[in-house]
Each structure stands twice: as structure tokens, then as C-alpha cells.
Design a protein around this ligand. Structure first.
Ligand SMILES: *Cc1c(COP(=O)(O)O)cnc(C)c1O
Length: 312
């Protein structure tokens, strides 16, 4: 591709992604994964010594490792329900007495389909002059991601079904605690592929995709609800397509891994989600089901039938 043509495609990709996440194109930088975006943020951010970050119970385990590596103290925000949605009223009260350096939220975590109320969290945080950082690695391409947050980052390879090896981070130019993240030319191929994936989503229509995925999540949960003593861990109507099941009592992680292997030929992505993915929420390995737009009802029937034979 001629350099000029490539520059045009890159710019179009930036604009598409920026519109999807509620930022401007010039606020975007690329790295090779969501994790390295978080690392770049923490390395470049000039935070006061002994800073604290507040997180939700669905926080991604490797992110907690990054906070620890940077010497940040972590505090868990209270949940409003058993599912782990952040209790925004309680958060608002807490913020009157104490302000962390920033709040970090996984809009959707890696071990559950709960969608955090990021908009509401941003509202109360900004009222207290606290910036909000959103990990949208599981959210971008799955649910609406225009949230008003100061800093957001994510990955190409999950719900956007873009190429591996590229992640993005965007810092609002009026962020409460600004930070400069240099953009790099090292990720041109990845950024082009990511831009292409975003443009396919925008062509189908993002609202349509979000609506359909939410419906697929709901149908999947309805189908899997109440099977033997497996437990669906989201509200049935949670507007996401990630569905997690807790195994019957007494199951070990190796049992869940074996169950995952027995389910892998059905044609729906099933993961054995070990507790490192959400260590603040669970000590258990879970079965995570990630149906996409192409899922068929017969596959859900097969899945439900197979799970019924496992457990009691
Ligand atoms: C997968 C995931 C990440 C990491 O994404 P990479 O691009 O693999 O680094 C971060 N946060 C959450 C919630 C994830 O699910």
C-alpha cells in the first residue's frame, strides 16, 4: 500500500475507534495489548507517592499485579448486589470523605458478564474531582463504550474480533489528571487491522450489534438457568453476551477444565475461567460462555444438554 493511502486508512481507523469510545482521534495511542497500555499509563502518570486506586470486585487479576508493581494501594468499592455492580450511592458517600488518585473500572471483567455502571461512576467521581480509568478490553465491541471517562484502554482481539497484537489507550485532553502517552509508529499493521474491525462494526451499526449481543446473552442465560446445581452468575437480563456459570458444589478447577474440554466441539466459545481473572470476586473456577452474533439456538440446546449431564 502506498504510504499516503496507508496514512488515510490509519486516520479513518483512528476516527472510527475514537467515535466508538467517545474520544477524539488525536487522543488515541496504540500499544501491543491492553496490558501494555495499562503499563504505559502507570509508568507515565505522575501520581502522588502512596497513591490509592479504587476498583470494583470484578477487577482483572493481572491489572492488580500492575497496580502492585507500581506501588499503588488498592481498595475495593462496595457492590450494590450479589452480582457485583458497583454501589454508586455508597461510592458517592465514600468520595465525600476520601479521594483516591483515580478509580479504575473494568466495564466488563474477564470472569463475568456484569456491565458496570461506568457513566454513573464517572458522574460521582468527577463531582469529587477524581479521574476514572476504564478497562474496556471485554467491553469494546460488545456494549456501548462512550462513558465520559478520563482514560480508557482496550484490545482489538476480543469482541471487536480484530487482529492480535494491538491495544489502544485514549486520554481525554481535559482529563482530571492529565498524562502524556506517546504514540508509536510500531503498531501500524495492528492499528490498520483494528481500524478495519471497527469499521465493520460501524457498518453493521453499533447499536444493532449491542442490542443483538444483549439479547443473545439473555437467551443464553435463560437456556442455562437452573440446570442441575450450576448457577448463572449474572442477572438474566444483563445487557452483555458474556455468561458465566459457577459449577456444582465441591467441583475443583480441574473438574471445570475437564467440563470445558467436553464442551469445546459445540461451536460456542467456552472458557474455563480460573480465579486469577477476578481474584477479588471468586476463588472458584467458572465456566464462561461467550456466544457471538452467529450463535444458533441448536448450539445453545446442545450446550444446555451437555451441561445437564455434568453435575447433579
Ligand atoms: C483480556 C483482558 C485484558 C488484557 O487484554 P490483552 O490485550 O490481552 O492485554 C485486560 N482486561 C480485561 C478485563 C480482559 O478481559
Amino acid at each position: 500500500m502506498a504510504a499516503e493511502e496507508q496514512a488515510g486508512a490509519l486516520e479513518a481507523g483512528r476516527r472510527g475507534l475514537a467515535s466508538l469510545i467517545g474520544h477524539t482521534a488525536d487522543e488515541l495511542s496504540y500499544r501491543d495489548s491492553a496490558r501494555t497500555c495499562l503499563r504505559a499509563l502507570l509508568n507515565n502518570w505522575n501520581l502522588p507517592v502512596a497513591s490509592t486506586v479504587w476498583v470494583a470486585t470484578n477487577e482483572f487479576g493481572p491489572n492488580l499485579d500492575e497496580f502492585e508493581r507500581r506501588g499503588l494501594a488498592v481498595r475495593t468499592m462496595p457492590s450494590a448486589d450479589v452480582y457485583g455492580h458497583v454501589d454508586v450511592d455508597a461510592l458517592e458517600n465514600m468520595l465525600q470523605f476520601d479521594q483516591p488518585a483515580f478509580i479504575h473500572v473494568c466495564q466488563i471483567g474477564s470472569a463475568g458478564g456484569v456491565v458496570q455502571p461506568v457513566h454513573e461512576i464517572v458522574d460521582v467521581a468527577h463531582y469529587a474531582n477524581v479521574p476514572v480509568v476504564v478497562d474496556m478490553a471485554q467491553a469494546v465491541g460488545q456494549v456501548p463504550t462512550v462513558t465520559g471517562a478520563d482514560i480508557v484502554y482496550g484490545t482489538s482481539r476480543k469482541w471487536l474480533t480484530g487482529p492480535r497484537g494491538v491495544g489502544f489507550i485514549a486520554v481525554r485532553s481535559d482529563a482530571i489528571r492529565p498524562v502524556q502517552i506517546d504514540s508509536s509508529d510500531a503498531y501500524v499493521a495492528g492499528a490498520l487491522g483494528l481500524g478495519q474491525a471497527v469499521s465493520e462494526l460501524l457498518d453493521i451499526g453499533q447499536q444493532r450489534v449491542f442490542r443483538e449481543l444483549a439479547k443473545i446473552g439473555q437467551i443464553t442465560r435463560e437456556r442455562l438457568y437452573g440446570i442441575a446445581s450450576w448457577e448463572v452468575l449474572e442477572p438474566i437480563e444483563e445487557p452483555s453476551a458474556l455468561v458465566t456459570l459457577a459449577p456444582p458444589p465441591g467441583w475443583q478447577p480441574s473438574d471445570v477444565a475437564a467440563a470445558q474440554r467436553r464442551l469445546q466441539d459445540i461451536g460456542i466459545l467456552v472458557t474455563c475461567a480460573d480465579s486469577w481473572r477476578a481474584p477479588l470476586a471468586t476463588e472458584q473456577a467458572l465456566l464462561r460462555i461467550s456466544p457471538h452474533l452467529d450463535v444458533r439456538r441448536s448450539q445453545l440446546d446442545d450446550l444446555a444438554g451437555a451441561i445437564r449431564t455434568m453435575g447433579y
